[in-house]
Write a protein that binds this ligand. Structure first.
Ligand SMILES: [Zn+2]
Length: 95
């Protein structure tokens, strides 16, 4: 199996995650610089790993933004990719 390149882009998983079911919550990330809890900017965001031949894996994640300095991070990755390119529901999330 070819390794994915280090090219990633954010994908909107809002509708997709609703269909697949939710996930457990965790403590919000804290901005090191400001010492405040970051706010969820957009839940149900995904990281799409790209391979030579196209989309490879989708990782569920959350985007948080610091209300003070505006710094943005993406956290909350699970242990496994939520969709692989060979799975039937993969294209549903990518499209
Ligand atoms: Zn901050």
């Amino acid at each position: 199996m070819p390794c994915p390149k280090d090219t990633r882009r954010l994908v909107d998983l809002g509708e997709y995650m609703t269909k697949q079911g939710g996930k457990t919550m965790y403590h919000r990330p804290v901005c090191v610089k400001c010492g405040v809890e970051m706010r969820p900017e957009r839940n149900g965001v995904g990281i799409l790993d790209m391979a030579d031949y196209g989309p490879y894996q989708i990782w569920d994640a959350d985007k948080y933004k610091c209300p003070e300095c505006g710094y943005e991070i993406v956290v909350g990755f699970g242990c496994n990719a939520i969709a692989e390119h060979y799975q039937g529901h993969f294209s549903m999330a990518v499209e």
